[in-house]
Design a protein around this ligand. Sequence first.
Ligand code: NAD
Ligand code: MG
Length: 395
Amino acid sequence: MMNTPQNITILGATGTIGRQTLDVMARHPEKFRAFALTANSSVGELLALCLQFDPQYAVLLDADAAQILEQKLSAAGSATQVLHGISSLEFVSAHPAVDTVMAAIVGAAGLKPAIAAAQAGKRILLANKETLVMSGSLFMLAVEQGGATLLPIDSEHNAIFQVMPPVKSRNLHESGIKRILLTASGGPFRDTDADALSLVTPQQALKHPNWVMGPKITIDSATLMNKGLEVIEAHWLFNATPDQIEVVVHPQSVIHSMVEYIDGSVLAQMGNPDMRTPIAYALGYPDRLESGVNTLDLFKIGHFDFQKPDTGKFPCLRLAFEALRAGGTAPAVLNAANEVAVAAFLKQEIGFMDIARMIESALSDARIVQADTLDIVIDADMHAREAAVQWVMKH
Ligand code: NAD
Ligand code: MG
């Protein structure tokens, strides 16, 4: 007997993660069906994906863009229904016909639809780490109360998930786990002199040595803020305290992270740096799926290196640990200031080292409060964005 395919909503379908998700799905048409594909405003890209994958819904955030998409789809004889706006992103995340939601919007914009999927009890494949950074406790609560299943897509967290059996206790130590070793490539400026860092250009920062990713996460990887966000993400996903998370620079990006047990065992998950591995793992879980990823050639790699991260050169990593320790709305402030800073750096309005300066200033100016409701989190995010914009205008 044939099982019916899983209905999948892809939030951020035109992005790097969205496209790789569709690539894996297309290898298993009997297992997966695109139910809804969403994007910000790129009509041409979403149109092409709709014609290829024939989803029931296409959603664009932008209303004008949605109108153009609708005309083009109907001219092409497509039956895909076009919607727009944030409430439509929530609608296709919580729709009763949806089994699985790939949350792959970049930044704070992904928060509300991810929460909607959690409340509706979906299987959530979470790439959008900013959701956990901003509202970790609220999001995890929504997952629990909604009866949702959360599977991490970030390669490090997916690796940890793979080498961490279902834990008996929410306390890591009681589950036999000593700590999490979160690996980092170190980014394109791992070996760049501290003095030269203030002069690096967006073009240089956009060249990641090992991974092909969207522009925002690529800059985050260059500042090590990506690893900082991932430390906060690991805290919420695995209930790890800041002291139980160690960042290990591993330039080859083959070990995607490790878990150290109290008996001295260290389990690592390895593979080529290709996001289709974690995507396929989460899509198929608990089964394994063909992903199209090349076989790992250990002879070609030859050796693994490990280094301590340099938080003097990369203050963003230190700031993320500080925000995690401060708790409450501090991580939301860190995230919002970082989003504004990265956008300003990409527009060449500020220098590379100003990114950390802006975030530090936002964190010290903000009034940090308990992150008890989504409104409080969104308010903290908005105020931090305003402060960060002011910072750019003053400098
Ligand atoms: P991307 O920039 O390539 O794609 C972003 C997607 O989100 C696009 O489809 C875009 O249309 C959509 N989008 C952007 N702004 C939006 C808005 N305001 N409202 C609605 N939709 C919007 O980004 P990416 O590299 O695919 O990353 C997506 C997420 O996955 C990020 O949170 C990132 O940190 C995380 N992630 C990515 C990778 C990777 O390898 N690319 C790895 C781990 C985690
Ligand atoms: Mg990662």
